[in-house]
Design a protein around this ligand. Structure first.
Ligand SMILES: CC(C)(COP(=O)(O)OP(=O)(O)OC[C@H]1O[C@@H](n2cnc3c(N)ncnc32)[C@H](O)[C@@H]1OP(=O)(O)O)[C@@H](O)C(=O)NCCC(=O)NCCS
Length: 445
């Protein structure tokens, strides 16, 4: 039985769970919204439900209930490797069940069958100036695939609401199948003189990306891709890219339109683009000393950065209150395969020195490293030195999560989103006559 049939078998029970909540507890109040939150990025307001993943502040992300170490250990591995197949991860996220080897291989086979990228997508990339940011090219390529949307075609022919999910799934499989080839094409176009390497049918989805950028002989980089793509696949349902793609799909825009919208959010410096800032900071720090600094030298350097009003990239998180387990998983990889790398030494020194300094400021709620504190170091080590491409790697992985959210939103028949906005005058009238209450727990300014 394939992924679609296994998913279909689960739908009635899931629909009943959600229907019971809506039917029997519709008026139940989940939370309240404060003035501070309205002006503060609706931070922490519980506005959506995601069973695909959940970020526990003290534990990090759980994918379908599994922690990062559990996910890495339980997913079926590529034969000869200790790192998982992304096909297995897609099955886990989509079906809500840990896949067998057969399940994982089946998704990988589906991807291979659907992987050919239409020529017009490559033509579009070529039509853009070489200086275009790779995230722009990536988003455009995904948009260009929209002409193939099965959902869009079927919808215009008349489609029952209960069946929407099937066509979202079809589009999701068709699109995700092509992501490694599109990513590799952009990388080669921008940085490798337009070199073209066709996919290798013997390789899994993740390793094929490595192969298509010319790292077909590098087993370690293939493993890094397997690890990286699993780790970045999802991080709850309400971060910028997840929320954006969800919002767009709520208008029944198809997977391609919703995914491109999500990528455009990911391309922002406060979201996915942060990883290029982190590697830049590490390299600048290393180059400042011309060698690995001592503990004291690094401590002083970080103090100076804070004193000048800058943040320390790679540290802190809006939700997490511990070291990001995705950081730890990549650190373990690095310790295993590249223990002598100088930048890795700097990353490790940072984890010993920086948290104490950030804690002492009494400001940062989380002084520990996040995933971006190490992402770039690993890519850099294996020769992917073009920082601006790192967000594309992130995006290739994240679309696996975002498409799963979209399919499940259609399974639940979620309606178009339309929250309400107020005017400043309305808020002023609401607080009229009340004594001042202060600026809440963390409002800026
Ligand atoms: C990730 C980040 C944006 C989260 O922001 P947040 O939720 O507002 O974090 P906090 O609530 O802990 O911030 C409270 C204060 O501590 C400061 N702070 C948090 N992390 C910091 C860091 N790494 N370096 C210096 N100061 C930091 C904030 O700037 C804020 O200061 P302010 O009140 O003067 O504005 C923030 O930690 C940060 O800027 N980190 C560095 C950039 C980074 O690593 N980005 C990638 C994230 S995956």
């Amino acid at each position: 039985m394939g992924m679609k049939e296994r998913l279909a078998a689960k739908i009635p029970a899931w629909r009943e769970r959600v229907n019971r909540l809506k039917r029997d507890y519709g008026p139940f109040k989940v939370g309240e919204v404060t003035v501070e939150q309205i002006f503060g990025g609706i931070r922490g307001v519980q506005i959506s439900v995601s069973d695909i993943s959940y970020v526990d502040p003290n534990e990090g992300v759980r994918l379908r209930g599994y922690t990062i170490p559990e996910t890495l250990s339980l997913l079926p591995k590529v034969p000869g490797s200790v790192y998982p197949m992304m096909g297995g991860l897609y099955f886990l996220l989509m079906v809500d069940e840990m896949p067998t080897m057969e399940d994982a291989l089946e998704v990988e086979a589906e991807w291979k069958a659907r992987g050919e990228v239409p020529g017009h997508v490559f033509d579009l990339i070529h039509a853009m100036p070489l200086s275009t940011h790779p995230m722009t090219l990536f988003s455009q390529a995904v948009m260009a695939l929209q002409s193939q949307s099965v959902f869009a075609a079927e919808y215009s022919n008349g489609l029952a609401k209960k069946d929407y999910w099937e066509y979202y799934l079809e589009d999701s499989l068709n699109m995700t199948a092509k992501l490694p080839a599109i990513g590799a094409y952009i990388y080669n176009y921008k940085y490798q003189n337009g070199m073209y390497i066709p996919p290798n049918p013997d390789l899994d989805w993740s390793a094929n990306f490595a192969h298509m950028i010319g790292k077909g002989d590098n087993k370690e980089y293939q493993d890094l891709c397997r690890l990286f793509f699993v780790l970045h696949s999802d991080h709850e349902g309400a971060n910028v890219s997840a929320h954006t793609s969800h919002l767009v799909a709520s208008a029944l825009s198809d997977i391609y339109l919703a995914s491109a919208a999500g990528l455009n959010g990911l391309a922002g410096p406060l979201h996915g683009l942060a990883n290029q800032e982190c590697i830049r900071w590490l390299l600048n720090t290393y180059n400042h000393f011309g060698r690995l600094p001592t503990r004291d030298e690094l401590a002083q350097y970080v103090q100076d950065i804070l004193a000048s009003g800058l943040v320390v990239p790679g540290y802190g998180h809006a939700v997490l209150r511990v070291t990001d387990p995705r950081f730890t998983a990549q650190l373990e990889f690095a310790e295993r395969f590249m223990p002598d790398d100088e930048l890795l030494q700097l990353v490790k020194l940072g984890t010993e020195v920086i948290p104490g300094i950030l804690l002492a400021t009494g400001k940062a709620k989380n002084p520990y490293p996040n995933v971006d504190a190490i992402n770039g170091t690993l890519q850099y080590h294996y020769g992917v030195t073009q920082f601006d491409f790192y967000t594309v790697l992130f995006g290739i992985s994240r679309l696996v999560g975002l498409t799963t959210h979209a399919v499940w939103s259609r399974i639940f028949g979620k309606p178009i989103e339309r929250p309400k906005s107020l005017t400043t005058k309305m808020l002023e009238e609401m607080v009229e006559g009340l004594p001042p209450m202060g600026n809440g727990s963390g409002a800026k300014g």
